[in-house]
Design a protein around this ligand. Structure first.
Ligand code: MSP
Length: 506
């Protein structure tokens, strides 16, 4: 099967912070999960370089009108960040690229030819921070409630997209496709927006010059959202390679933050309907992070740099923390204190300790050829424990519940720890060496199974465990997961206990 998933394309007016890394890590985890299942994955991420926000930032950075230079530098910062964090994107798209301009041009013309573009007068407010036209009723004391700035009052002759024409079709689509908007708790918000506020939208700006020129009138720039959303098509070849495009589109999943769900579940599908293209299968909106209980902001000086967290705790610990601590879809808090606690309890004393306990013993007694009955658990059963975990793991991925998948994996290790304490293999080695071998073979099998379960979440750790178990680190490129999941279905050894996986932090 093939699987096409996307992250939002990020504005490059600053460097990536932990919120951006959260969305990207989540998408990377899904991409790795699908690859592990044998799917062919296209994972698109990138940057949103047009619009007012980026121009303002270029000026602030002292670039004057050398905006291209600014966006080139910034795009490199974003890409390097994802490379440093081992994000396995298939393509990194920049909206100033020629391929994207061409795709937007073609897309616009399809919508125009369908009769959905008209000229009108726009009079109202625009918030450059939101890159959004806003209603007077949304202002608080005359200010944008998010950016605390007075929006620009605009009176311009603009081109409009007749999105209101798609209101009923959109509502019917959402009704018929219960999985289109996820989590379901976000549905009503979108439905309310479509029913009550989804008016025709101005899609060109006369006063903005950093953007894609409007095909009908190049003195206008295309509204940044109308251009940005099209990136999901450009990335898989729209406007350039029809065969590739038809192969990958529609996307299986757009992963976005909750603040941009309206754009993805109302404007974007309406645009696609107007262009006569199929809609994405699903949009999942994740929640927002605060930092130590406060909104992340430059002024407060509490913006968390994902690279520095990765440097201090490791890339896998960063991934583990954000995916385990905050229920995906809900809002959550990022705190280094909590990260340290989870690092200590779940990674150092949990996974790290379990693996090192088992491997230290298994290195001394050769048990890699010992077949073992999974019934051996004094009532509770290793195979059932592993199978229950695989089932929960699989079900959790279906609903993008990373926390539940991780909890299921940790259940296997808790069972393993209980089993070690009950069997006391170190005491068995002298009196009953055969029994000790069996106990350790069973424990090694648990480590082997856990190894596969953590592949999407903790890729570095998974490689290290594979190495310690004497498995090839790219074992899944040739072996289907279903074969790997069979009880003692894959030979292991020689065991080479490596360094501690998660060294204690002070
Ligand atoms: N450029 C638009 C998206 C266009 S998609 C066609 C945009 N960019 S953004 O830089 O503001 O990034 C938005 C995304 O970054 C959010 O949707 C979310 O995924 C992530 N986050 C930004 N701040 C965040 C938090 N504080 N917490 C969690 N995620 C956050 O909007």
């Amino acid at each position: 099967m093939k699987y096409y998933l996307t992250t939002p394309i990020y504005y490059i007016n600053d460097k990536p912070h932990i919120g951006h890394a959260y969305a990207t890590i989540a998408a990377d985890t899904l991409a790795r999960y699908h690859r592990l299942k044998g799917d062919e994955v296209f994972f698109l991420t990138g940057v949103d370089e047009n619009g007012q926000k980026n121009t303002d930032a270029a000026i602030l950075a002292g670039k004057g009108d050398r905006i291209q230079e600014y966006v080139d530098e910034q795009a490199a910062v974003w890409r390097n960040t994802w490379d440093t964090l081992d994000i396995t994107y298939t393509d990194f798209i920049r909206t100033t690229e020629a391929r994207h301009k061409k795709a937007v041009y073609d897309f616009f013309m399809r919508v125009h030819e369908h009769g959905d573009i008209y000229k009108g007068n726009y009079e109202g407010y625009y918030c450059g921070g939101c890159e959004e036209f806003i209603r007077e009723t949304d202002l608080v004391d005359g200010l944008c409630q998010y950016h605390k700035k007075a929006p620009e009052k605009i009176q311009e002759e603009n081109y409009f997209f007749k999105c209101s024409a798609y209101r009923d079709k959109l509502l019917a689509h959402i009704e018929k496709n219960p999985h289109f908007i996820q989590p379901v708790s976000r549905r009503n918000e979108v439905l309310d927006y479509i029913k009550n506020h989804f008016d025709d939208i101005s899609i060109s700006r006369q006063s903005v010059h950093w953007g894609i020129p409007l095909p009908l009138d190049p003195s206008h720039a295309i509204y940044v959202w109308f251009d940005a959303l099209v990136n999901y098509l450009t990335g898989v070849g729209f406007g350039a390679d029809l065969e590739t495009f038809n192969r990958w589109w529609p996307a299986d999943l757009h992963l976005v933050g909750k603040e941009i769900i309206k754009f993805h579940c109302a404007l974007w599908p309406a645009m696609l309907m107007a262009a006569g293209l199929p809609l994405p299968k699903a949009v999942f909106a994740h929640g927002f992070f605060t930092v130590d209980g406060q909104k992340m902001s430059k002024t407060l000086g509490n913006v968390v740099d994902p690279l520095s967290v990765a440097r201090d705790f490791g890339k896998d610990a960063l991934r583990y923390f954000v995916l385990r601590e905050i229920h995906f879809g809900a809002d959550g808090d990022f705190s280094v204190r909590r990260l340290k606690q989870r690092y200590d309890s779940d990674l150092a004393k949990g996974l790290g300790n379990f693996v090192s306990r088992v491997l230290a013993m298994a290195e001394k007694i050769d048990c890699t050829k010992t077949t073992v009955s999974y019934q051996d658990g004094d009532g509770s059963n290793a195979l059932e424990t592993v199978q229950a975990a695989w089932h929960a793991w699989e079900e959790s991925f279906k609903i993008v519940d990373f926390t539940a998948a991780l909890e299921a994996i940790w259940e296997v290790m808790s069972w393993g720890d209980w089993y070690i304490d009950m069997k006391k293999p170190w005491a068995l080695t002298k009196q009953k060496p055969e029994a000790a071998k069996e106990v350790l073979a069973l424990l090694l099998e648990l480590v082997r199974q856990v190894h596969a379960m953590i592949v999407p979440f903790l890729p570095e750790t998974a490689v290290s465990i594979a190495h310690q178990l004497g498995l090839k680190s790219d074992i899944f490129s040739t072996l289907p997961l279903s074969r790997y999941q069979k009880w003692q279905g894959v030979p292991i050894g020689p065991i080479r206990k490596g360094d501690v996986l998660f060294p204690q932090k002070n």
